[in-house]
Design a protein around this ligand. Structure first.
Ligand code: PGA
Length: 254
């Protein structure tokens, strides 16, 4: 019922030449009619050009961040309207690297989420616990808090036009992915939390798993009932790996 999604978060990697090669490689993926929605998220400066490379294909363009403000004196920032203007349909908000390295708290993440939606962009809201939080048994509490800040401000209705991504911080870029059972447990918990407000919206919401997704583990993660695809960092920079992850999602869908 839920169409799987695979999103590639290129982070601060790439060059014009590399991006073109990477996109050409991804386009070789056999996604079929019922395949996953595939989104690539390059750095801001490459959005326009990457968008042109994707034109006429089934791949969508996403940004990695957005400013919470609509316009004005915000040196260095990029608004949701600008992202829309250069062809983005999606934007990642609340990635743990933004939270940890750039001081983004739950409130600013919620404002970014709303700013994206106001412009008709689909926010991909990231939540996830650190290793210390997991080891002290606080995973459920942490991801619930990160989700609730949006639910409290805007209600469950906004998740009709959003995607959620569970990204345990300890799994990001470490090569140590959550096991399918660990992912499923948290995904189910997140879905139940939204279902408590709106069962229909919760049933349709895509919840992606992110954190060391690779071609070798994608199929078993995507096979879990509440895992609706992946948000892929490192492996999205390797055309062959990313293509195989997209194909694993396709195999799951059919
Ligand atoms: P990773 O990153 O796949 O390199 O672990 C995932 C992410 O940060 O979205």
């Amino acid at each position: 019922m839920r169409r799987l999604m695979v999103a590639g978060n290129w982070k601060m990697h790439g060059s014009r030449a590399n991006n073109a090669q990477l996109v050409n490689h991804i386009l070789l993926a056999d996604l079929g009619e019922d395949g996953p929605e595939v989104v690539v998220c390059p750095p801001f400066v490459y959005l326009w050009e990457t968008g042109r490379l994707l034109r006429g294909t089934s791949l969508a363009l996403g940004a990695q961040d957005v400013c919470a403000a609509a316009a004005g004196a915000h040196t260095g920032e990029v608004s949701a309207a600008m992202l829309k203007d250069v062809g983005c349909s999606h934007v990642i908000v609340g990635h743990s690297e933004r939270r940890a390295l750039y001081g983004e708290d739950d409130q600013i993440v919620a404002r970014k989420f709303m700013a994206a939606q106001r412009e008709g962009l689909m926010p991909v809201l990231c939540v996830g616990e650190t290793l210390e939080e997991r080891e002290s048994g606080r995973t459920a509490e942490v991801v619930a808090r990160q989700l609730d800040v949006v639910l409290d401000v805007a209600g469950a209705g906004v998740f009709a036009r959003a995607v959620l991504a569970y990204e345990p911080v300890w799994a990001i870029g470490t090569g140590k992915n959550a096991t399918p059972d660990q992912a499923q447990e948290v995904h189910a918990l997140l879905r139940a939390r939204i279902a408590a407000q709106d069962a229909k919206i919760s049933a349709c919401l895509r919840i992606l798993y992110g954190g060391s997704v690779k071609a070798v583990n994608a199929a078993e993660l995507f096979a879990m009932p509440d895992v609706d695809g992946g948000l892929v960092g490192g492996a999205s920079l390797n055309g062959d790996e990313f293509r195989r992850i997209c194909e694993a999602a396709r195999a799951q869908a059919s």
